[in-house]
Unconditional design. Structure first.
Length: 255
């Protein structure tokens, strides 16, 4: 059984023009729906659209909720490289062989201000996005966590997340849908969670209550215990990002 390989991309839009992320996410989801109809194992390099392939699967397209601590405006995309390293990942790498002219042409030139990609390897025991889509699973909101860990501690941290944190958050309506070691470095991890608005708000209040800052709800002290436990692995910034799935993307609820 081979490891799942994924790609997470954060895209920034400047100056502050709220239509740019809408145009980008609309364009992206539409053209990837066309790619889903392509023949398996038949990637194509085209002018203006880079590589097209059904094995490079846009599983999630999200608009970052700016009030939760994002640079405005931002979109986040989550990709499944079907077949792992020798599948969708190889197809993406093939476009750099010879650095062809087509590589430098894009239908969305000047739309994005910047983009940052993280190649992800699924941690042992982590959920497979293909299995989620087969259920099918979708949530009104998603949370993606990026954390800096001590060198070499990525898989240990992710094992603790799956064994200790995920069951607690499941009781609060937050489901672990991705547990990833960032590739080509040994100090970063990403986790992905699905949740609902009511569940998200109740979780925050339960944590506040555990801190003695809310006496109207039941506290869950396990939330504070996890943060202490996490510090055994962390060696730098940790942040959660709240995301809203873009309508028409595969992890978005039916409209």
């Amino acid at each position: 059984m081979r490891r799942g390989i994924y790609l997470l991309e954060e895209v920034q839009f400047h100056p502050m023009n709220s239509r740019k992320p809408l145009e980008y996410l609309t364009w992206l989801t539409q053209y990837k729906r066309e790619d889903d109809r392509m023949a398996a194992g038949a990637p194509e390099l085209t002018s203006g659209l880079s590589v097209r392939s059904r094995e490079i699967d846009l599983v999630g397209a999200f608009y970052a909720v700016g009030i939760t601590g994002h640079t405005q405006f931002k979109a986040v995309t989550l990709w499944d490289c079907h077949g792992g390293w020798n599948g969708g990942w190889r197809q993406m790498m093939d476009i750099y062989d010879g650095v062809k002219e087509k590589l430098f042409l894009s239908d969305i030139d000047d739309l994005r201000h910047s983009a940052y990609s993280r190649p992800l390897g699924s941690a042992p025991g982590g959920p497979a996005l293909a299995d989620l889509l087969a259920e099918p699973y979708a949530a009104p909101f998603y949370v993606f966590e990026s954390a800096t860990v001590k060198p070499g501690a990525a898989l240990d941290y992710l094992a603790a997340v799956q064994e200790e944190r995920a069951p607690v958050l499941a009781e609060h309506g937050q489901r672990l849908i991705g547990s990833y070691e960032v590739q080509f470095c040994d100090t970063e991890v990403v986790t992905f969670w699905g949740t609902g608005l009511d569940e998200h708000l109740a979780l925050q209040r339960s944590r506040d209550a555990a801190l003695g800052l809310d006496d109207e709800v039941e506290p869950d002290h396990r939330l504070l215990s996890w943060r202490k436990r996490a510090r055994e692995f962390l060696d730098g910034p940790w942040r959660e990002n709240l995301l809203a799935p873009f309508p028409g993307s595969k992890l978005a609820p039916p409209s």
